[in-house]
Ligand binder design. Structure first.
Ligand code: PMP
Length: 392
């Protein structure tokens, strides 16, 4: 059996991380993987999460099996977080707890394959490295559309032109905020145009929202999703609690379907549950129980998240100021308005390799860097190295 396996090279991101770990230079800098890091280079556990875990340890509840949809209170709170307290759309949403945002994407991929097997899923170019593999693994066709910056938002005309072949029932995957890898988010006008495009072409949006709270705030970052939900009969959403609750390895997320009416919700949920059932049966309880306590201390959570967001945005500003002051090409100033942790440096793969080889600065060959991987003290050195490699 095993000799029939395809021969695979290491995953590009984890392979590069292994290269970073093997690099003996003490001054090396890791801007590769998409996790938040604080000024000491650590990925901290939020205080609100530590407190929740203390409470859970003290009560030591039963570990008996939970329902197939996971923790019902968590599902309800996630739906409110995504759609807004008191939103009329809450009435027509079905949400099920998933194994991280990745699990939500795959569950929705399986759901699309079941409900609309010939659908093409349109993913952004550039895009998240795992989108295409997830939807192809679900047996769906995947094609790309262009995602480029224009003024305060994205170039919608270019995006729509590259969607010329989209057919009714196809799925348009959009990053809800903090686009990975480009940091380019749609403006409010762009979201309105996206909604109009979906309505006109009968295309179903799937919002992947893995960085809610990392752009402008918990409500602000959900504005695009909420706009689509108000404007369209059907919206799919994959959400992750990995970044905004810092629960990365505890694997918590949610798949939400906002349906045309509440009458179809019970059967929609049963289908989602059934897809989970044949895979992992039910999602793990622990992180959902933590999240419920976090939701009950929402002000504290929002304050800790704001500190994270402000650190990343101040690093971004200092980085751009420094690049400007030492004469880096003007194209680097586009990074200023990006949202979230990522940006694509306007450098070629060869220049990214030189950053690694000559300066010990590790980003992806595509130019993607995680701004949160910078420490304020590193910025002059990193900016200087970038100017050197950008020169030839
Ligand atoms: N979507 C995007 C755009 C992401 O960047 C990520 C995480 N890197 C995910 C989904 C998956 O998140 P999770 O770790 O919760 O599976």
């Amino acid at each position: 059996m095993l000799h029939h396996l395809p021969i695979l090279s290491p995953d590009p991101i984890w392979g590069l991380t292994a290269e970073f770990q093997a690099d003996p230079r003490p001054e090396k800098i890791d801007l590769i993987v998409g996790v938040y890091r604080d000024e000491t280079g650590q990925t901290p556990t939020l205080n609100v999460v530590k407190e929740a875990e203390r409470q859970l340890a003290a009560t030591a509840g039963s570990k008996a099996y939970r329902p197939l949809a996971g923790n019902a209170a968590f599902n309800a709170s996630m739906t409110r977080l995504l759609l807004g307290d008191g939103a009329s759309s809450l009435e027509r949403a079905a949400t099920i707890q998933t194994v991280g945002g990745t699990g939500a994407l795959r569950l929705l991929g399986d759901f699309i394959k079941l409900a609309q097997p010939e659908a093409t899923v349109w993913t952004t170019d550039p895009g998240y490295i795992n989108h295409r593999p997830i939807f192809e693994a679900a047996g769906l066709h995947v094609r790309d559309y262009h995602w480029r910056q224009q003024a305060e938002g994205i170039d919608v005309e270019l995006a729509f032109n590259s969607l010329a072949d989209a057919r009714p029932g196809d799925v348009l995957l959009i990053h809800g905020c903090c686009h990975n890898p480009s940091g380019i988010d749609p403006s409010a006008e762009d979201w309105a145009e996206i909604a109009a495009f979906c309505a006109k072409r009968d295309v179903v949006p799937l919002i992947d929202i893995a960085y809610l709270g990392f752009g402008l705030g918990l409500d602000e970052d959900a504005a695009g999703l909420r706009h689509l939900v108000e404007a369209l009969p059907l919206v799919l959403c994959a959400a992750s609690c990995s970044k905004n609750m810092g629960l990365y390895c505890d694997r918590l997320g949610a798949a939400m379907i906002v349906a045309p009416n509440s009458g179809v919700l019970a059967n929609t949920t049963r289908n989602l549950e059934n897809l989970g059932r044949t895979n992992y049966s039910m999602p793990p309880e622990h992180a959902a129980a933590v999240a419920n306590i976090v939701f009950s201390a929402k002000d504290q959570w929002a304050a800790e998240l704001a500190a994270i967001r402000n650190r990343v945005s101040s690093l971004r500003t200092t980085f751009c100021d420094t690049l400007e002051s030492i004469g880096a090409p003007a194209s680097f100033q586009a990074l200023r308005q990006h949202k979230g942790m990522f940006s694509i440096l306007p450098l070629s793969p060869a220049q990214m390799q030189r950053l690694r080889a000559e300066h010990g600065i590790y980003g992806s060959n595509t130019g993607r860097v995680n701004i949160a991987g910078l420490r304020a003290a590193d910025i002059p050195m990193v900016a200087d190295a970038i100017v050197k490699v950008a020169a030839y």
